[in-house]
Structure formats: C-alpha cells, structure tokens
Design a binder for this molecule. Structure first.
Ligand code: TYM
Length: 336
C-alpha cells in the first residue's frame, strides 16, 4: 500500500463463509475497488468471524483462498491496498477482548443479526456469535478508519462500533477515530430472487435464491428466468413490486441505467424480456472477474505473497492502536 498521509483510511471485511453473491458484489466489493485511488484501503477476509457458525475446516481453508483470489479478480490491487486474512493479525482478537469488557450484554442482545443467526443456528448459539459485533468494531477501530464501505445489513453493527469508540474515548481519553458508514445508494440491499422480502444471502438453502459470483452463464440466466415477480407485467419501480424493484436495482447497478431509462426501455414488453436483459447484464458484469479468478486460484504462491505482506503491514499499523489501548486501560508495558 502506498502510505499516503493525507488520504483517509477505509477498512472493510468479508466472511469466507461461501462464494460471495451478487449482493456482496453490488453492495460492497464493487465499491471496495472504486475507493482504492482516493483512500488508503485495508481489506480483510474475516475468518475469525466465519467460525461463529460451524465450519468444516478443510472447506474454510479452501474458501478463504478462494475469496482472496476473487477479491483480486474483482480488482483489489495489492500495490494500492492491503488484503489480508484476519487470523494472521492477532491484534484483532486482542482488541476485541478489551472491547468486550466495555460492551454491555443488553446492547449485544439487541443486535438483529445475532437474533436472526441464533434462530437459524439454534443448536450453536455460541459466545462468539454473541460478541461478533465487538470483534467487528475492533477490526475497524484498530486502523483508525475514517469510513467503512458496507451493505445496509451491516449498519447496526457499524453504529455499535461508533458508540463503542465514542464511549471508550469518553472514559479513557481520545483513542479511536469514530468511523463513518459508506453505504451505496444503489445495491445496498440486494434481495433474494425467490423471496424478494429477504436479503440475498450466500447461505440460503435454495440455490435459485442467489447468484454466486462464480455461477456459470447458463445458471445465471436460469435463476433470473425463475426469479419471483408479480402478475402485473409492468416494469416499474413501485411499492408492492419487491421482485421487480430488486431486478431493477440489479440492472441499474450492473449497467448504470437509471430507473427511468429502464422503465422506458421495457415499456410494453413482458417480464421475460426484462429478466433476460438483467441476466445478460449480470453475465457480462461477472465474466471478466471469473476469467481472472481462475488464474489467481492457480497461483497459490502469489496469493501467499499478497496476504502475507499485507498482514505484516496490518500488524504494524494495528499494533500502534493496540499499544495505546493497553496503556490507557492500565496494562504494564511489555518489555520484549
Ligand atoms: P458479509 O461477509 O456477510 O458480507 C460482505 C459485504 O457484503 C454486503 N452484503 C450485501 N450487500 C447488498 N446486498 C446483499 N444482499 C448483501 N449481502 C451482504 C455486506 O453488507 C458486507 O458489506 N460482518 C461483516 C464482515 C465484517 C466487516 C468487518 C465489515 C467483519 N468485520 C469490519 C466491515 C468492517 C459481514 O458479515 O459481511
């Protein structure tokens, strides 16, 4: 990363809990790339977060490398940004502990994502799942990040990170920068293709509900063809048209065409034509990424070089904050 003092810092993370979806791409990853010229960007594949849900070890290891490859294929440039694996940088877990001791049980129990995940993984409601947001706050606060690009579903966690930073600063004196969320206007909440009232998620049991970033063109076209819409047969962005609104958002994010332009383009034409156009736009959006992905996956040494050098730098930057925190809370300075 070119260390540039006058640029602001961005931090964001993504879990290696499956191949990212079109939702992850439009809500977050696409922006991660765009910010690289104007900010010091620090991005992480957050494997510590992923084990809050039971993971098969071999699969997790594979998915972590898959995700590093995919992020490079999307355009994350290691000459501009850091791209590291969270478990390689121990300061994350270290700061998370201190933050846990400064976060109230009641606050964490109100987190929507905790309530949802506790309901969908009722057999494994572990302490890590509960304290997930404090680890996420540690990720961000360690780098004194100014801004955090995320999809809308992470807004509540970011508010918690801001509150924590403010409260910690209030008790111990100025320690953390208070980060701003960067939530895109379009694409912040891409919905399931099968139930457009639910967000598109890589862990959905119904494969037709989401587009994986590595889906083949045939699968992408088929999934859009089957997408749930309504019986009105009018391509327009309106209330009570969640399915069409979602497809219009995807088409808008993929092509840059405004809702008015899309409405005009499909006036008097059926949903079949529209779904086909959305599918084709997404195939074209993902094609160059998929081509590059295969090359990166074949080059494990290059991947290791990227995530190792990035982790070394991330450790250096984050240790400064951790040392400051340890001093403020009263720990004796380590002399080795
Ligand atoms: P994760 O791995 O679930 O998702 C990664 C990013 O994708 C966004 N996203 C979506 N955007 C639009 N539509 C959707 N359907 C959709 N689904 C997911 C997410 O908002 C996210 O930006 N807790 C985080 C990972 C994390 C993190 C952090 C993020 C850990 N530490 C620090 C920012 C800063 C998560 O589970 O994202």
């Amino acid at each position: 990363m070119e260390e540039t003092q006058n640029k602001k810092t961005i931090f964001s993370g993504i879990q290696p809990s499956g191949i990212p979806t079109l939702g992850n791409y439009l809500g977050a990853l696409q922006n991660w790339c765009k910010f690289q010229d104007d900010y010091n960007c620090i991005y992480s594949v957050v494997d510590l977060h992923a084990i809050t849900v039971r993971q098969d070890p071999a699969t997790l290891r594979h998915r972590t490398l898959e995700l590093v490859s995919l992020l490079l294929a999307c355009g994350i440039d290691p000459n501009k940004s850091l791209l590291f694996i969270q478990s390689h940088v121990p300061t994350h877990a270290q700061l998370a502990w201190v933050l846990n001791c400064n976060t109230q049980f009641g606050v964490l129990s109100r987190m929507t994502q905790f309530k949802e995940k506790a309901a969908s993984h009722a057999d494994n409601v572990n302490a890590g799942l509960f304290t997930y947001p404090t680890l996420m706050a540690a990720d961000i606060l360690l780098y004194q990040a100014d801004a955090v690009p995320v999809g809308a579903d992470q807004k509540q966690h970011l508010e918690l990170a801001r509150d924590l930073a403010q409260r910690f600063n209030g008790i111990y004196g100025d320690t953390f920068k208070v980060p701003e969320p960067l939530i895109p206007k379009v694409g912040a909440r891409i919905m399931s293709l099968q139930d457009p009232t639910k967000k598109m998620s890589k862990s959905d049991e119904n494969q037709n509900a989401f587009i994986s970033m590595l889906d083949r063109p045939d699968d992408i076209m088929r999934k859009f063809k089957r997408a749930v819409t309504d019986s009105e047969a009018v391509v327009a962005y309106r209330e009570h048209k969640a399915g069409i609104n979602n497809l219009m958002s995807i088409y808008n994010a993929a092509t840059g065409k405004s809702f008015e332009q899309i409405e005009a383009e499909f006036e008097g034409r059926g949903y079949g034509d529209f779904k086909k156009a959305v599918g084709e736009a997404v195939v074209e959006l993902l094609r160059p990424i998929q081509e590059k992905y295969d090359d990166y996956m074949k080059n494990k040494d290059y991947l290791a070089d990227v995530y190792t050098k990035s982790a070394e730098k991330a450790l250096y930057i984050s240790t400064k904050t951790l040392n400051k925190v340890y001093k403020k809370v009263g720990f004796v300075k380590r002399e080795f």
